[in-house]
Design a protein around this ligand. Structure first.
Ligand code: ARG
Length: 447
């Protein structure tokens, strides 16, 4: 294939440079968006009379046919083409001749790639949002079955206060809902400004209609500054940031799943379809899926770092460094999609061991705060009640007892305000149920 710039050069490009320079291996996935952008541009060129209407029609028909052929598998990408933009344009000219050569009037690959990438990411954001919605639906469904399932709540991974499994799951619903919102924000900003028509950097001398192309491609308006249009990739960084935060949430959740299905916890069991075995230890059932998601978080953070570092030193406007943005942001998108596609069904099929959760919550003095609160309700200042309860806990430890079965006389020795009703006040179910403040474990309970 002839180089676009063959006229200026007297020597062939070195074959290693060709391969090094080429991006078609990864930007070919934007073929739909490249064609969509080219159709909008060709229509505008025809309507404004920059090229004859007849040529514009030929170009559009040719592009539509190319799209079909790629989708059917009848047209394969040529690895020698430098990128998807060059490939589509030269394929068009191969097919329709002279008219094809007019498509690139009043545009540059620089505004083309900035447009294509936005269109592509718009589609991917929607796919990820849908996956997040299905994850939050699954979480809500599971949480609804466990609004009364007592489990230990932790701080510092030490048993702290009793909560319910439902309460715990809804915490993640909140996180993933904010993730959906973050993607929406990023998309709204990305959809504001259409870079098409920025040309290589300085705009164009042709009387183009940027409003028309912006509207056709679903942007709010043409970008206000042509240099900005072709040279920023903040939308990629913003999306990779939102994706990184999704991975933080998925990774924390995975870590908990890994802990919960260990013999030490035994709170849940993963379905066989979402677990793996060991090559040597016949008894093993491993949470590989959750571990891989935890591991892949690092990969997405790496993609974000790649984008930040790649952009930070670039003078305006376009620099070839920016070709690297695609592999990073594509990898982040692919990884998050893959993780969500696997995580949600894994979660939907877990078996919950309510008894073990309840038993774990029953030891470790998770009701100590409630014991102190009991005294506060009887008129003692919280700090004094806290101290008395601390002393009671140490009595329990000496006697190998729990607060639930410590005799009333021990309570009375600590404070005369204790009465028989202390045992009701520190019953685990009541500890949860009585926490009725907004967002508290008890606010989700039916009782
Ligand atoms: N393949 C290039 C990229 O992804 C397209 C833009 C090329 N522009 C240029 N002036 N070399 O960034």
């Amino acid at each position: 294939m002839d180089k676009l710039w063959a006229g200026r050069f007297s020597k062939e490009t070195d074959s290693k440079v060709n391969a090094f320079n080429s991006s078609i291996a990864f930007d070919c996935r934007m073929f739909r968006e490249d064609i969509e952008g080219s159709i909008a541009h060709a229509e505008m060129l025809g309507k404004t009379g920059i090229i004859p209407l007849d040529d514009s029609k030929k170009i559009i028909a040719g592009l539509e046919k190319i799209l079909k052929d790629i989708e059917n598998g009848d047209l394969l990408f040529e690895p020698e083409a430098e990128d998807i933009h060059t490939f589509i344009e030269s394929e068009l000219t191969k097919r329709i001749g002279e008219a094809g050569k007019k498509l690139h009037t009043a545009r540059s690959r620089n505004d083309q790639v900035a447009t294509d990438l936005r269109l592509y990411l718009r589609r991917k954001i929607k796919e990820i949002q849908d996956l997040l919605i299905s994850l939050t639906d699954t979480l809500v469904k599971t949480a609804n079955n466990h609004l009364e399932t007592i489990m230990p709540g932790y701080t510092h991974l030490q048993r702290a206060q009793p909560i319910t499994f439902g309460h715990h799951l809804i915490a993640y619903v909140k996180m993933f809902s904010r993730d959906i919102g973050r993607l929406k924000d990023a998309k709204t900003r990305m959809d504001e400004d259409c870079p098409l028509g920025s040309g290589a950097l300085a705009g164009t001398t042709y009387p183009i209609d940027r409003k028309m192309t912006a509207e056709k491609l679903g942007f709010d308006k043409p970008c206000d500054n042509s240099l900005d249009g072709v040279s920023d990739r903040d939308f990629c960084i913003e999306i990779a940031s939102a994706l990184s935060i999704i991975m933080v949430h998925l990774s924390r959740f995975s870590e908990e799943i890994i802990l919960w299905c260990s013999w030490e916890f035994k709170f849940i069991e993963l379905d066989d379809a979402y677990s793996t075995g060991s090559s040597i230890m016949p008894q093993k059932k491993n949470p590989d899926v959750a571990e891989l998601i935890r591991g892949k978080a690092g990969r997405v953070f790496g993609d974000l770092q790649t984008l930040l570092v790649m952009m930070k030193g670039l003078p305006l406007a376009y620099n070839k460094d920016m070709q690297e943005e695609k592999e990073a942001v594509f990898d982040a998108v692919d990884t998050v999609k893959l993780c969500l596609e696997t995580f949600t069904p894994m979660l939907a099929t877990i078996k919950v061991n309510k008894e073990n959760m309840r038993n774990a919550a029953a030891s470790g003095f998770l009701n100590a705060t409630d014991c102190a609160d009991y005294l506060v309700k009887k008129g003692i200042a919280f700090r004094d009640a806290y101290k008395i309860t601390g002393e009671l806990v140490s009595v329990c430890i000496k006697k190998s007892a729990d607060l639930e079965n410590l005799p009333l006389e021990d309570y009375k020795k600590a404070s005369h305000l204790f009465d028989d009703d202390i045992y009701e006040a520190i019953k685990l179910e009541n500890c949860v149920l009585n926490r009725k403040s907004e967002g508290a474990a008890g606010s989700y309970m039916k009782g």
